[in-house]
Design a protein around this ligand. Structure first.
Ligand SMILES: NC(=O)C1=CN([C@@H]2O[C@H](COP(=O)(O)OP(=O)(O)OC[C@H]3O[C@@H](n4cnc5c(N)ncnc54)[C@H](OP(=O)(O)O)[C@@H]3O)[C@@H](O)[C@H]2O)C=CC1
Ligand SMILES: O=C(O)CCC(=O)C(=O)O
Ligand SMILES: [Mg+2]
Length: 741
């Protein structure tokens, strides 16, 4: 049960987890004065794995299954959760976490790559609970409202971030399949009466295999079935490799293997084996023996061949080099370390990778460490057009101008595992040729798809209640802002055509008088929004779950430099609030910098914004006036952090994450001391503000002097809490003030 005065602050991974060690003690010291209890729940990758194996662990190693608990909590009206970004783990990340925990004395099993026994299958099933995007779909019991707050936008206009210039002769382009993809094969139905469905594969000989057992469907639910053809996909990759070479552009792949944790790793595996065809064919037997799985990338191959006799290993390495010599250059994730776009699937996450390239003149890093035009491979056509259109727009009109451009906010259909991002348990790689059938209780065929061996079949669902809630939220945002709201829906796509009918059915039930509400295909909507953005005008994008994800990185990165500065609210369908921090991820590169030189460039602005709305939600829900004042003053403090340039710098020996937290605390205390609505808060925070101001230089100095050398926090996925806290709270003077509040 969620308590009325409790806010849950999630403990996650990497940079946001480091930042939490510094920020949370400050926040707790402030909010307790409004009777708010701030508790943490561990949903980090390490925490999620540990929670799966209690029977193997000592009592002091066990942790409870916080994700399941929060998954229940979000259905209660009292829920108030601040959700920081967490790792959506690829298999290489899971293996690294297990190795780290084992070395720390946790008796965890190895990740079974190729489970054969029942025991191994059950172990793998447990790891799969923690794999990929395992957290967000569980917590997102509501649709999404993401936007750049006014203060953030104003700041960006006055202090525009760098933007790479665009040339009209840029060779950068997006390449997608022309047939055989999910887009081309999608079939969609709306369920009339509640029933159950099951998914069955019928082979050519008429033998049936049950792929998914009976699961419920509600009236009004939309379900889709689509297929990615293995043959068409591989032929497409082969063509594009040739074409990239001919055009002399970098070959790059952009997928979402974390959220699309079944389909996209398979697609990634195909591009790896087509690109390195000679290596995988010539050494097939050895690589099979070693258990190399192309779905995990070239990195997996490199690490597994280390156990081969030197001669054999060198032969394979030479064959890889021979492929490089013959092939187009690969886009690099880290050119210094030789890590390519095909090394690890979790390194090429499309929502962040495409906007980053568009911001850098449409270029990515090549093997020589220099920026170069690229071919962006996005195999499926469902959403790739938005990037092609944006690229085309920049080529035609030049880079966008952050000092003058408008804004595109988003209302995203996300609740109850909507659409593709809820499809993992309904996605299958086909074992043979035949037909996939989705059948209802009366054995009626809901969807039928012909398939061939190796094809990927995917079924998605979206329930009617979330769709209605989404339409309402769109109208609400249009009303609140006066901006046009555009539904990004493509009538030529089976699923979208059904959603359009729902929009047409439910919109008349809303008060839309005087509002501009449009429906456009994603490509048209991109053009419409970009035309407006160039005129300094704001537009609301109303999208499905995938475009929600893509657009809330794309536009923020272009508009304000990073999606970390987004306000990201999930009004839960049962009345509670889930407040996400920013729209980006856990920034692994920031941890690397912190470990090397003691500087954490993570910007906690997303946390500041989420905290303010969370505290405000609590204040409004329970008539807690002190909470309302804390929220209001926090927003003031956040604006001052921006205005006074107290955000983290990217460079060592300048203000970092910890310094920005100090200034937030100082400005927050000052705002509380200055207000006259609540005498208690004023009395408590006057001396705090005075002392912080008096000791500003000492504190700033203590924080800066902690930088400039390597930091050891006793681990990566499961760092030592004490070491982490020590590293993240290096100012004794500040700690004393905070701890005395
Ligand atoms: N909501 C969630 O839980 C999400 C989780 N993820 C997970 O995060 C991990 C990394 O994903 P990735 O695609 O690399 O995307 P990230 O958003 O983590 O990182 C991309 C880049 O964005 C910039 N950035 C992001 N957040 C901040 C911040 N708060 N302050 C300053 N800069 C920031 C950094 O740029 P620079 O390096 O230039 O400083 C960073 O390298 C993956 O495990 C992924 O699954 C991803 C998205 C959302
Ligand atoms: O859950 C994830 O893996 C990433 C989520 C994400 O990128 C987003 O919601 O913007
Ligand atoms: Mg995203």
């Amino acid at each position: 049960m969620a308590q009325k005065s409790t806010i849950i602050y999630t403990k996650t991974d990497e940079a946001p987890a480091l930042a939490t060690s510094s920020l949370l003690p400050i926040v707790q010291a402030f909010v307790k004065n409004a009777g708010i209890n701030m508790e943490t729940r561990d949903i980090s990758l390490a925490g999620r794995i540990i929670a799966q194996f209690p029977e193997r662990l000592k009592d002091d190693q066990k942790i409870s299954d916080a994700l399941t608990e929060l998954g229940e909590m979000v259905k209660e009206p009292d829920a108030n959760i601040i959700k920081l970004p967490n790792i959506s783990a690829s298999v290489p990340q899971i293996k690294a976490t297990v190795a780290e925990l084992q070395a720390k004395g946790y008796d965890l099993p190895d990740y079974p790559e190729d489970p054969k026994t029942e025991e191994e299958k059950s172990v793998k099933a447990k790891f799969d609970v923690a794999k990929g995007s395992a957290v967000n779909p569980v917590l997102r019991e509501g649709n999404s409202d993401r936007r750049a707050p006014k203060a953030v936008k104003n700041y960006a206009r006055k202090n525009p971030h760098s933007m790479g210039e665009w040339k009209s002769d840029s060779k950068t382009h997006v390449a997608s399949m022309s047939s055989g993809d999910f887009y081309g094969s999608e079939k969609s139905v709306e369920i009339e009466e509640a029933t159950n469905y099951r998914i069955v594969f019928k082979d050519k000989a008429g033998n049936s295999t049950l792929l998914k057992n009976k699961a419920p469907l509600l009236a009004g639910e939309i379900i889709d079935g689509a297929v990615m053809s293995r043959k068409a996909l591989r032929a497409f990759f082969a063509e594009q490799i040739e074409d990239a070479k001919k055009k002399d552009v970098l070959f790059s792949v952009h997928l979402k293997a974390t959220m699309m944790k079944v389909s996209d790793p398979i697609i990634f595996g195909h591009v790896v084996t087509v690109f390195f065809k000679e290596v995988f064919e010539k050494h097939a037997a050895d690589l099979k023996e070693l258990g190399v799985d192309p779905k995990h990338g070239l990195g997996d191959l490199y690490s597994k061949i280390q156990s081969l006799p030197e001669e054999k290993r060198k032969e394979i390495e030479a064959d890889i080099q021979a492929v490089y010599a013959e092939s187009p250059e690969l886009a690099m994730v880290n050119s210094d370390k030789g890590i390519t776009n095909l090394h690890v699937p979790s390194d090429i996450i499309i929502d962040a990778s495409m906007p980053a390239a568009i911001r850098s003149s449409g270029m990515m890093w090549g093997p020589d460490g220099k920026l170069k035009d690229m071919k962006a491979i996005i195999p499926d056509r469902c959403y790739s057009g938005i990037y092609e259109e944006t690229i085309e727009n920049c080529r035609k009109y030049g880079a966008l101008d952050p000092s003058a451009m408008g804004s595109v906010s988003n209302v995203g259909l996300m609740a109850q595992k909507a659409e593709e991002y809820g499809s993992h348990d309904k996605t299958f790689e086909m074992a043979g040729d035949g037909t996939v059938l989705v059948l209802d209780d009366s054995d009626k065929v809901l969807i039928e798809q012909p398939v061939e061996e190796g094809d990927i079949f995917r079924m998605c669902q979206v329930k009617d209640a979330p769709v209605q809630d989404w339409i309402k939220l769109a109208v609400k945002r249009a009303r609140e802002t006066g901006n046009p709201a555009v539904f990004w829906l493509d009538k030529n796509r089976a699923h979208d055509a059904r959603l359009i009918s729902k929009v047409e059915k439910y919109l008349p039930g809303q008060d839309t008088k005087g509002l501009e509400i449009l429906i456009k295909t994603p490509v048209e909507a991109t053009r419409f929004s970009l035309d407006r953005i160039r005129e300094g005008k704001d537009t609301i994008s109303v999208t499905g779950n995938v475009l929600r994800d893509y657009l809330t990185d794309l536009f923020p990165i272009l508009e304000v430099g990073t999606s970390a500065k987004m306000l990201s609210i999930v009004p839960l369908m049962n009345g509670g609030g889930l407040f996400e921090t920013g729209a980006g991820g856990s920034a692994p590169k920031h941890v690397q910098q912190f470990q090397e030189e003691g500087h954490l460039r993570w910007d906690s602005l997303g946390e500041f914004l989420a905290l303010a709305v969370s505290i405000e939600h609590l204040g409004k829900s329970y008539g807690n006036d002190k909470a309302l004042i804390l929220a209001e003053t926090l927003d003031k403090a956040t604006e001052l952090v921006l205005e006074n340039g107290k955000s983290p710098s990217r460079k060592v020996n300048e203000i970092d994450n910890r310094g920005s937290h100090f200034y937030l605390a100082l400005y927050w205390a000052q705002a509380l001391a200055e207000q006259d609505k609540d005498a208690d808060l004023k009395r408590i925070f006057q001396p705090v503000a005075a002392e912080m101001a008096a000791k500003e230089n000492v504190i700033a100095e203590e924080l800066l002097s902690a930088q400039g050398r390597p930091v050891d926090i006793g681990g990566y996925y499961a760092p030592d809490e004490d070491l982490k806290s020590l590293a993240m709270r290096p100012s004794a003077t500040l700690n004393a003030i905070i701890d005395a509040i």
